[in-house]
Design a protein around this ligand. Sequence first.
Ligand code: IPE
Ligand code: IPE
Ligand code: MG
Length: 256
Amino acid sequence: MLERFKGLFSPTKEHVDEYGIQPDTVPYHVAIIMDGNGRWAKKRGLPRIAGHRAGMKTVKEVTIAADDIGVKVLTLYAFSTENWKRPLQEVDFLMRLPEEFLALELDELMEKNVQIRVIGDSSGLPAHTRKTVFDAVEKTKQNTGLILNIALNYGGRAEIIDAVRTIVQEVIDGKLSVEDVSAHTIEQHLLTSGLPDPDLLIRTSGEIRLSNFLLWQSAYTELWFTDVLWPDFRRHHFFTAIRDYQKRGRRFGGLN
Ligand code: IPE
Ligand code: IPE
Ligand code: MG
Protein backbone atom coordinates (compact mmCIF):
# COMPACT_ATOMS: atom_id res chain seq x y z
CA MET A 1 0.00 0.00 0.00
CA LEU A 2 1.25 3.47 -0.79
CA GLU A 3 2.66 5.52 2.07
CA ARG A 4 -0.08 8.15 1.99
CA PHE A 5 -2.78 5.53 2.44
CA LYS A 6 -1.27 3.96 5.52
CA GLY A 7 -3.30 4.67 8.61
CA LEU A 8 -6.19 6.10 6.57
CA PHE A 9 -7.92 2.76 6.48
CA SER A 10 -10.02 2.13 9.56
CA PRO A 11 -12.35 -0.84 9.08
CA THR A 12 -14.73 0.24 11.79
CA LYS A 13 -17.91 0.44 9.73
CA GLU A 14 -20.87 -0.92 11.63
CA HIS A 15 -22.19 -3.23 8.91
CA VAL A 16 -19.10 -5.37 8.61
CA ASP A 17 -20.09 -8.10 11.12
CA GLU A 18 -23.67 -8.34 9.92
CA TYR A 19 -22.59 -9.86 6.59
CA GLY A 20 -19.93 -12.24 7.86
CA ILE A 21 -17.20 -10.00 6.49
CA GLN A 22 -13.92 -9.85 8.38
CA PRO A 23 -13.25 -6.23 9.28
CA ASP A 24 -9.47 -6.53 9.07
CA THR A 25 -9.27 -7.81 5.49
CA VAL A 26 -11.86 -5.70 3.69
CA PRO A 27 -10.33 -4.97 0.26
CA TYR A 28 -9.03 -1.44 0.07
CA HIS A 29 -9.69 -1.05 -3.66
CA VAL A 30 -12.44 -2.90 -5.53
CA ALA A 31 -12.81 -2.58 -9.31
CA ILE A 32 -15.92 -3.70 -11.18
CA ILE A 33 -16.60 -4.45 -14.84
CA MET A 34 -20.32 -3.72 -14.88
CA ASP A 35 -21.42 -6.00 -17.70
CA GLY A 36 -24.68 -7.50 -18.97
CA ASN A 37 -26.99 -4.49 -19.25
CA GLY A 38 -27.84 -5.24 -22.88
CA ARG A 39 -28.61 -8.91 -22.23
CA TRP A 40 -30.73 -7.98 -19.22
CA ALA A 41 -32.84 -5.73 -21.45
CA LYS A 42 -33.00 -8.25 -24.29
CA LYS A 43 -34.35 -10.94 -21.94
CA ARG A 44 -37.22 -8.59 -21.15
CA GLY A 45 -37.87 -7.57 -24.76
CA LEU A 46 -36.65 -4.04 -23.96
CA PRO A 47 -34.19 -1.81 -25.84
CA ARG A 48 -30.57 -2.07 -24.64
CA ILE A 49 -30.73 1.41 -23.13
CA ALA A 50 -33.34 0.17 -20.65
CA GLY A 51 -30.64 -2.15 -19.34
CA HIS A 52 -28.21 0.73 -18.92
CA ARG A 53 -30.79 2.72 -16.98
CA ALA A 54 -31.52 -0.27 -14.74
CA GLY A 55 -27.79 -0.72 -14.23
CA MET A 56 -27.60 2.78 -12.79
CA LYS A 57 -29.60 1.64 -9.76
CA THR A 58 -27.04 -1.08 -9.17
CA VAL A 59 -24.27 1.52 -9.27
CA LYS A 60 -25.96 3.32 -6.40
CA GLU A 61 -26.63 0.13 -4.41
CA VAL A 62 -23.07 -1.17 -4.79
CA THR A 63 -21.51 2.22 -3.98
CA ILE A 64 -23.43 2.31 -0.70
CA ALA A 65 -22.59 -1.33 0.03
CA ALA A 66 -18.89 -0.68 -0.56
CA ASP A 67 -19.00 2.38 1.68
CA ASP A 68 -20.88 0.46 4.39
CA ILE A 69 -18.11 -2.08 4.81
CA GLY A 70 -15.24 0.40 4.59
CA VAL A 71 -13.94 -0.14 1.04
CA LYS A 72 -11.84 2.93 0.35
CA VAL A 73 -11.71 2.98 -3.48
CA LEU A 74 -14.38 1.69 -5.87
CA THR A 75 -13.45 1.85 -9.57
CA LEU A 76 -16.34 1.24 -11.95
CA TYR A 77 -15.87 0.54 -15.66
CA ALA A 78 -18.62 2.61 -17.24
CA PHE A 79 -17.42 3.05 -20.85
CA SER A 80 -14.40 1.62 -22.61
CA THR A 81 -12.34 3.11 -25.43
CA GLU A 82 -13.83 0.31 -27.56
CA ASN A 83 -17.46 1.04 -26.69
CA TRP A 84 -17.55 3.78 -29.39
CA LYS A 85 -18.08 0.89 -31.82
CA ARG A 86 -21.68 0.61 -30.64
CA PRO A 87 -24.66 2.19 -32.41
CA LEU A 88 -24.75 5.98 -32.11
CA GLN A 89 -28.03 5.97 -30.25
CA GLU A 90 -26.65 3.69 -27.54
CA VAL A 91 -23.42 5.69 -27.25
CA ASP A 92 -25.44 8.93 -26.96
CA PHE A 93 -27.50 7.42 -24.20
CA LEU A 94 -24.43 6.19 -22.33
CA MET A 95 -22.90 9.66 -22.59
CA ARG A 96 -26.01 11.13 -20.96
CA LEU A 97 -26.15 8.60 -18.14
CA PRO A 98 -23.60 10.38 -15.91
CA GLU A 99 -25.84 13.47 -16.00
CA GLU A 100 -28.88 11.41 -15.11
CA PHE A 101 -27.04 9.55 -12.37
CA LEU A 102 -25.49 12.62 -10.77
CA ALA A 103 -28.72 14.66 -10.93
CA LEU A 104 -30.36 11.93 -8.87
CA GLU A 105 -27.53 10.91 -6.56
CA LEU A 106 -24.96 13.67 -6.12
CA ASP A 107 -26.60 15.15 -3.00
CA GLU A 108 -26.62 11.79 -1.24
CA LEU A 109 -23.05 11.06 -2.35
CA MET A 110 -22.04 14.42 -0.86
CA GLU A 111 -23.79 13.52 2.40
CA LYS A 112 -21.91 10.25 2.44
CA ASN A 113 -18.63 12.14 2.00
CA VAL A 114 -17.92 10.32 -1.30
CA GLN A 115 -15.18 11.72 -3.51
CA ILE A 116 -15.85 11.30 -7.22
CA ARG A 117 -12.94 10.83 -9.60
CA VAL A 118 -12.78 9.99 -13.29
CA ILE A 119 -10.19 8.05 -15.27
CA GLY A 120 -10.11 7.83 -19.05
CA ASP A 121 -9.60 10.10 -22.02
CA SER A 122 -11.91 12.97 -21.12
CA SER A 123 -10.94 14.87 -24.29
CA GLY A 124 -12.85 12.25 -26.27
CA LEU A 125 -16.09 12.81 -24.36
CA PRO A 126 -18.89 15.08 -25.57
CA ALA A 127 -18.63 18.52 -23.90
CA HIS A 128 -21.81 18.04 -21.86
CA THR A 129 -20.57 14.74 -20.38
CA ARG A 130 -17.16 16.20 -19.61
CA LYS A 131 -18.68 19.20 -17.85
CA THR A 132 -21.01 17.08 -15.73
CA VAL A 133 -18.31 14.76 -14.51
CA PHE A 134 -15.76 17.52 -13.93
CA ASP A 135 -18.33 19.52 -11.92
CA ALA A 136 -18.96 16.46 -9.75
CA VAL A 137 -15.23 15.87 -9.32
CA GLU A 138 -14.76 19.51 -8.34
CA LYS A 139 -17.74 19.53 -5.96
CA THR A 140 -16.61 16.40 -4.12
CA LYS A 141 -12.85 16.90 -4.15
CA GLN A 142 -12.64 17.84 -0.45
CA ASN A 143 -14.62 14.76 0.60
CA THR A 144 -12.60 12.23 2.53
CA GLY A 145 -14.81 9.12 2.35
CA LEU A 146 -15.09 6.46 -0.34
CA ILE A 147 -13.36 7.34 -3.63
CA LEU A 148 -15.81 6.54 -6.41
CA ASN A 149 -13.55 6.31 -9.42
CA ILE A 150 -15.45 6.19 -12.72
CA ALA A 151 -13.65 4.76 -15.75
CA LEU A 152 -15.19 6.65 -18.65
CA ASN A 153 -13.69 6.36 -22.12
CA TYR A 154 -11.04 4.30 -20.37
CA GLY A 155 -8.74 1.76 -22.02
CA GLY A 156 -5.82 0.03 -20.33
CA ARG A 157 -3.68 0.00 -23.47
CA ALA A 158 -4.31 3.68 -24.26
CA GLU A 159 -3.39 4.50 -20.67
CA ILE A 160 -0.08 2.63 -20.96
CA ILE A 161 0.68 4.19 -24.38
CA ASP A 162 0.15 7.68 -22.93
CA ALA A 163 2.39 6.86 -19.98
CA VAL A 164 5.14 5.56 -22.29
CA ARG A 165 4.92 8.66 -24.50
CA THR A 166 5.29 11.01 -21.52
CA ILE A 167 8.18 9.00 -20.10
CA VAL A 168 10.00 8.90 -23.46
CA GLN A 169 9.58 12.67 -23.74
CA GLU A 170 11.02 13.13 -20.25
CA VAL A 171 14.04 11.03 -21.27
CA ILE A 172 14.49 13.05 -24.48
CA ASP A 173 14.27 16.28 -22.47
CA GLY A 174 16.96 14.97 -20.12
CA LYS A 175 14.65 15.01 -17.07
CA LEU A 176 14.91 11.26 -16.62
CA SER A 177 17.58 8.70 -17.43
CA VAL A 178 16.72 5.38 -19.10
CA GLU A 179 18.10 3.41 -16.12
CA ASP A 180 15.71 5.21 -13.79
CA VAL A 181 12.59 4.00 -15.62
CA SER A 182 10.99 1.55 -13.20
CA ALA A 183 7.60 0.10 -12.31
CA HIS A 184 7.19 3.10 -10.05
CA THR A 185 7.84 5.48 -12.99
CA ILE A 186 5.14 3.77 -15.02
CA GLU A 187 2.69 3.81 -12.10
CA GLN A 188 3.25 7.52 -11.59
CA HIS A 189 2.23 8.16 -15.18
CA LEU A 190 -0.93 6.07 -15.17
CA LEU A 191 -4.37 7.60 -14.65
CA THR A 192 -4.59 5.76 -11.32
CA SER A 193 -1.42 7.42 -10.05
CA GLY A 194 -1.67 7.82 -6.29
CA LEU A 195 -4.19 5.01 -5.88
CA PRO A 196 -3.21 1.53 -4.75
CA ASP A 197 -3.83 -1.32 -7.23
CA PRO A 198 -7.21 -3.04 -7.00
CA ASP A 199 -7.31 -5.87 -4.47
CA LEU A 200 -10.42 -7.38 -5.99
CA LEU A 201 -11.87 -7.18 -9.49
CA ILE A 202 -15.48 -8.25 -10.06
CA ARG A 203 -17.02 -8.90 -13.47
CA THR A 204 -20.71 -9.61 -13.91
CA SER A 205 -22.61 -11.33 -16.76
CA GLY A 206 -20.52 -14.48 -17.17
CA GLU A 207 -17.78 -13.06 -19.39
CA ILE A 208 -14.35 -14.15 -18.19
CA ARG A 209 -12.04 -11.46 -19.54
CA LEU A 210 -10.62 -8.05 -18.68
CA SER A 211 -11.76 -6.19 -21.82
CA ASN A 212 -8.88 -3.71 -21.56
CA PHE A 213 -9.59 -2.75 -17.94
CA LEU A 214 -6.74 -1.82 -15.57
CA LEU A 215 -4.22 -4.02 -17.40
CA TRP A 216 -1.16 -2.83 -15.53
CA GLN A 217 -2.86 -2.38 -12.18
CA SER A 218 -4.49 -5.82 -12.04
CA ALA A 219 -1.20 -7.77 -12.12
CA TYR A 220 -1.90 -9.23 -8.65
CA THR A 221 -5.59 -8.46 -8.29
CA GLU A 222 -7.94 -11.23 -7.14
CA LEU A 223 -10.54 -11.88 -9.85
CA TRP A 224 -14.16 -12.79 -9.14
CA PHE A 225 -16.73 -13.61 -11.82
CA THR A 226 -20.46 -14.13 -11.63
CA ASP A 227 -23.15 -14.98 -14.20
CA VAL A 228 -25.46 -12.40 -12.64
CA LEU A 229 -26.19 -9.54 -15.05
CA TRP A 230 -25.26 -6.09 -13.77
CA PRO A 231 -28.84 -4.79 -13.35
CA ASP A 232 -29.63 -7.89 -11.23
CA PHE A 233 -26.48 -7.56 -9.13
CA ARG A 234 -27.38 -6.75 -5.53
CA ARG A 235 -25.70 -5.83 -2.31
CA HIS A 236 -25.66 -9.48 -1.20
CA HIS A 237 -23.82 -10.50 -4.39
CA PHE A 238 -21.22 -7.86 -3.64
CA PHE A 239 -20.80 -9.17 -0.10
CA THR A 240 -20.44 -12.73 -1.42
CA ALA A 241 -17.57 -11.52 -3.61
CA ILE A 242 -15.97 -9.85 -0.59
CA ARG A 243 -16.28 -13.00 1.54
CA ASP A 244 -14.77 -15.10 -1.27
CA TYR A 245 -11.93 -12.63 -1.56
CA GLN A 246 -11.30 -12.93 2.17
CA LYS A 247 -10.72 -16.68 1.78
CA ARG A 248 -8.01 -16.25 -0.85
CA GLY A 249 -4.34 -16.55 -0.10
CA ARG A 250 -2.52 -13.66 -1.73
CA ARG A 251 1.11 -14.56 -2.25
CA PHE A 252 2.39 -12.01 -4.77
CA GLY A 253 4.85 -14.61 -5.98
CA GLY A 254 6.12 -15.44 -2.52
CA LEU A 255 5.18 -18.20 -0.12
CA ASN A 256 2.53 -18.24 2.57
C1 IPE B 1 -22.20 -3.11 -19.83
O1 IPE B 1 -23.27 -3.77 -20.40
C2 IPE B 1 -22.27 -1.62 -20.00
C3 IPE B 1 -21.34 -1.09 -20.99
C4 IPE B 1 -20.44 -1.76 -21.65
C5 IPE B 1 -21.44 0.32 -21.26
P1 IPE B 1 -23.31 -4.16 -21.92
O2 IPE B 1 -23.97 -3.05 -22.68
O3 IPE B 1 -21.98 -4.54 -22.41
O4 IPE B 1 -24.27 -5.41 -21.88
P2 IPE B 1 -24.13 -6.74 -22.73
O5 IPE B 1 -22.76 -7.27 -22.48
O6 IPE B 1 -24.35 -6.37 -24.16
O7 IPE B 1 -25.20 -7.62 -22.18
C1 IPE C 1 -16.52 -3.90 -20.86
O1 IPE C 1 -17.68 -4.51 -21.30
C2 IPE C 1 -16.73 -2.43 -20.77
C3 IPE C 1 -17.63 -1.96 -19.72
C4 IPE C 1 -18.26 -2.69 -18.85
C5 IPE C 1 -17.80 -0.54 -19.66
P1 IPE C 1 -17.94 -4.84 -22.86
O2 IPE C 1 -19.30 -5.41 -22.90
O3 IPE C 1 -17.66 -3.65 -23.66
O4 IPE C 1 -16.82 -5.92 -23.14
P2 IPE C 1 -16.73 -7.05 -24.26
O5 IPE C 1 -16.98 -6.39 -25.58
O6 IPE C 1 -17.79 -8.05 -23.94
O7 IPE C 1 -15.37 -7.61 -24.11
MG1 MG D 1 -20.98 -6.28 -22.44
